[in-house]
Design a protein around this ligand. Sequence first.
Ligand SMILES: Cc1ncc(COP(=O)(O)O)c(C=O)c1O
Length: 399
Amino acid sequence: MLVSFGFDTGHSHRSRFDLKIAMGFSTTAIHAGNEPDSATGAVSVPIYQTSTFAQDAVGVHKGYEYARTQNPTRSALEKNIAALEGAKFGYAFASGMAAIDAVLKLVQAGDHVVLGDNTYGGTYRLFDKVLSRYEVVFDLVDTTDLSALEQAMRPNTKLVFVETPTNPVMSVTDLKGVADIAHAHGAKAVCDNTFMSPYFQRPIEHGIDIVVHSTTKYLNGHSDSVGGFVALNDETSAEWIKFVQNSIGAILSPFDSFLVLRGTKTLAVRMEAHDRNGRAVAAFLEEHPAVEKVYYPGLASHPQHELAKRQQSGFGGMVAFDTGSFDNAKKVLESVKLCTLGESLGGVESLISHPASMTHAAVPPEKRQKLGITDGLVRVSVGIEDIEDIIEDLDNALR
Ligand SMILES: Cc1ncc(COP(=O)(O)O)c(C=O)c1O
């Protein structure tokens, strides 16, 4: 069965995605992993709040022994998100950072890793302050420039880690280009797909090997859970990620697994609404006299607008804009009434933040400046409230 994959964004490539999934996206989101409970028939996967499972005899059990290793609620979510990403295997973690850390456990002392130069600040911090202690060398590369990536590859490069669109200046990296370069050098390509969610971008279809998520954001979508996810197809790497998940134990709890599983059921309708509102906010800000620059891949003025149209099927709800100075940014951030000042993104409510002092405080100031993360930059996670109210709130704050 093939059903529509969402509202028409005007992109001719939408049908390509339709052919790649056995069922429509929403059908998969609602049904994958969501079989009625075998014990009771419960339609919603129950929260299996248990630490251990009774065994029938020594060495004989129902597939569940101890809840760090397996938990039915988590297993349901793992099937669900893996299906949405078009992956055979999926693992849910206690946070996006725990998921990224598990992927980094694929490398060993002496290996080299390439990291996109504009990722979430916490990802940079993990590489810079933690990974570097284990004799793993990493280089920061502007992965929007594939020739720069090619030059950065070394014989011992094992992973290329990119985020696209990037946080917060929304640069877009060519996923197929990255995968091709990584594979030509015997490395694996990893994409943090948090900003787009599998609804708007499925990196594995572009050749990427491993997808990571902060489920805290769009996948859960209601700002009430912290979690992470790793999706992949390669069985050997998957076995290792599963081993790491159990050995280190940074697992997603049954309750959080339940919340995210509930969240993904409405992912398609939420993403459509985020995208609609995101486009409207970006267009409004681009015309506003108090705004110097707007970063949104859906704008024709965005340097990688054409690439975004090719590899994404929508642009989403993340918009950043430069107000020109810290004072201006502060006024906007402290004057909004509907948008909530806070870190995070991807929830139904609009959130507004100051990347330089909040999400990207871990990035050194000169590097922030180079990336466009100026002191005047404001980031909005455009929610799904009525668009007139969001725009009025931003307009009042800018005035
Ligand atoms: C793109 C991206 N990746 C990863 C993370 C880390 O996720 P978490 O906060 O769930 O650990 C974040 C958090 O903001 C993020 O924005």
